[in-house]
Design a protein. Structure first.
Length: 302
């Protein structure tokens, strides 16, 4: 259990409208279903409430953003400070022609389905990415030949002081699984597709779903791709060649189906999962001379 900070924070923020709770188990919030407590979790009512919270928060108190928990490993010691979880106040979605304005908490898969309904192409790749729009913006998420920068128009965000900003494509410094904007919580985005045929869009989405189900351990406690693809290589091939397919540590395992996926077989600790990942990195370096870079975000106290 962490020291209570909720009582003191609440005293400094009498106009707070969102939920602020102390010592929250984070394992149920993540796809790995493991990890420690959050010292506090704040779910803002809307962007203005988030701005108010941040403007009154001591800058020495660390914050972490938690989306759908699909690309994160919370360490067993938990997370100090405040975890910010965007909720229903950030789930808006509205199409204007081929351009959608969408809240950061909205799921990418729901956007893909909504775009198909209004015959807008270009969003189908989101069917293969678990997680919300805020997380996709943060890491330039991509799959099946497309990524966020391909559909990005602009986004809004709030910094640690509670100030609002708007970002254009040239401000984002996007590259492979990288965004250059730091210390900002993205709250809303404008994304643009193109006119399309509804039947063709639905067919493409079905093919993506089928390919994902056939090649990835989608119904297990996993966190998506573990490592980034090194330039000119595929991470899973390097892992396979290093003899790591199916490798086990504690109750953590490298997936037999897709060896760039870590799997919690039921009772794995975060230390098991991270330790197995580091062992894979060592073996891959030993066989190829390449150090794999983590794509899963590892947070908290070991």
């Amino acid at each position: 259990m962490f020291e209570d900070i909720v009582t003191s924070l609440s005293l400094y923020m009498p106009e707070l409208r969102g939920s602020l709770v102390g010592n929250v188990e984070l394992a149920p919030w993540t796809w790995f279903k493991t990890g420690g407590l959050a010292q506090a979790v704040f779910t803002p009512a809307d962007a203005e409430d988030l701005s108010y919270f941040l403007s009154h928060l001591d800058p020495d108190v660390p914050i972490m953003i938690l989306g759908q928990g699909s690309n994160i490993l919370v360490r067993d010691g938990g997370v100090e400070g405040v975890v910010v979880a965007l909720g229903p106040g950030f789930n808006d979605m509205k199409f204007d022609g081929e351009v959608v304005t969408i809240g950061a908490a909205s799921l990418g898969v729901k956007l893909a389905s909504a775009a198909a309904m209004v015959s807008v192409a270009g969003f189908s790749f989101l069917r293969g990415i678990p997680g919300n729009i805020g997380g996709a913006l943060r890491m330039n998420a991509g799959a099946f030949g497309s990524e966020i920068k391909d559909i990005f128009v602009s986004c809004e965000g709030i910094d640690r002081r509670g100030d609002f900003y708007e970002f254009k494509l040239e401000n984002m410094d996007y590259s492979y699984r990288h965004c250059g904007v730091n210390s900002v919580i993205f709250t809303r985005a404008k994304l643009a597709g193109k006119p399309g045929d509804q039947e063709a869009i639905r067919k493409e989405m079905g093919e993506i779903a089928q390919a994902r189900n056939a090649t990835q351990p989608v119904n297990t406690r996993t966190g998506g791709s573990t490592f980034k693809n090194p330039e000119g290589h595929k991470a899973w091939e390097l892992i396979d060649k290093a003899g790591c397919r199916g490798l086990v540590m504690g109750d953590a395992q490298i997936s037999e189906l897709h060896c760039n996926f870590l799997v919690n077989r039921g009772k794995a600790s975060a230390a098991d999962l991270e330790g197995l990942g580091e062992e894979v990195r060592r073996r891959v370096f030993g066989s190829s001379g390449i150090w794999l870079e983590w794509e899963i975000e590892r947070v908290g106290i070991k």
